[in-house]
Design a protein around this ligand. Structure first.
Ligand SMILES: [Zn+2]
Ligand SMILES: [Zn+2]
Length: 293
């Protein structure tokens, strides 16, 4: 049967029907996670069926960065980042940083991160988080790689440190944004992208984010799963584990809030993601080399 677009008058919920394909790029997931040990092929298959033909798998330690690069090298449409998460900075060292920089020469590596500050759980001491955040900002600058930021409850300290070595406009994403309106303004003014997760779809936890989601310029938004965490509605009713296919629900919720045409919004967000990670947007470049500097 031939696919047809729904008439304009049809409610947005009709877009949720799986036959309306949207172009989707999961800008942040953790495919090396043990949660996928038994069915990674199924995860890729369901992603493809949902329209997710590209994904960025994230490093949080040297070991997971290596795994991410391995995954990206093995599969078209999968890209990798390398870096040390604030939680893991207690394990960081000059040697680790050197090995990551070496790893970053691999053409599948399109970003440095996730890095930043997380004073919520304090898995690493504050001084070490701060030290390695700044050191990694400097390394990414030397390597000319875009950045993926993680920030939680740092009370303004993130901005202070960022200003010591800020990446240029268009060269960073604040992933899994769940901050305040003034923080949002700060990131937008610096020209950074905002990564929206399934938190947007959650009844109570998503309320503050839903109030801000329409204020983000359409050329500064990305969508992500942060899988295996943060499963969105409606999938979380049936699945505890998140996966890239579910980024479609984040996009649909975002379109609903912004009163946007889902297909147009999806296209824009997809292009934004390609721009940040310096990947050509046409389908031919499923896994091409980084463009020459
Ligand atoms: Zn994070
Ligand atoms: Zn993450």
């Amino acid at each position: 049967m031939k696919r047809r677009d729904p008439p304009d008058s049809v409610l947005l919920t009709h877009w949720a029907a799986p036959e309306f394909m949207l172009p989707l790029f999961d800008s942040h997931c953790h495919l090396d996670d043990p949660a996928y040990r038994d069915d990674l092929e199924g995860v890729f298959e369901r992603a493809r069926t949902a329209g997710v033909d590209r994904m960025m798998t994230i490093g949080v330690t040297l070991e997971t960065s290596r795994k991410s690069v391995g995954l990206a090298n093995a599969r078209p449409g999968v890209y990798a980042s390398v870096g040390v998460h604030p939680h893991d900075t207690k394990e960081c060292s000059d040697g680790v940083l050197g090995s990551l920089a070496e790893l970053a020469k691999n053409p599948a590596v399109r970003a440095w991160g996730e890095i930043g500050l997380d004073f919520n759980r304090m898995y690493s001491p504050r001084e070490e988080q701060e030290q390695w955040f700044v050191r990694q900002l400097e390394t990414a600058r030397e390597l000319d790689l875009p950045l993926i930021f993680h920030e939680r409850d740092s009370g303004g300290r993130f901005f202070e440190l960022l200003r010591t070595c800020p990446p240029p406009a268009g060269a960073a994403v604040l992933h899994c944004f769940s901050g305040t309106r003034s923080e949002l303004r700060g990131y937008l003014d610096m020209g950074y992208y905002i990564g929206i997760t399934g938190i947007l779809t959650l009844k109570e936890r998503g309320e503050p984010l839903r109030k801000m989601a329409a204020e983000i310029p359409s050329d500064q938004i990305l969508v992500e799963t942060d899988a295996p965490y943060l499963t969105p509605e409606p999938e979380r009713r049936r699945h505890r584990r998140n996966e890239p296919a579910f980024v479609r629900s984040v996009l649909l919720k975002l379109a609903e809030i912004r009163r946007a045409d889902p297909r147009e919004l999806a296209r824009r967000v997809y292009d934004n993601t390609c721009r940040l990670y310096r990947i050509t947007a046409d389908a031919g470049d499923a896994h091409a080399k980084r463009p020459p500097a």
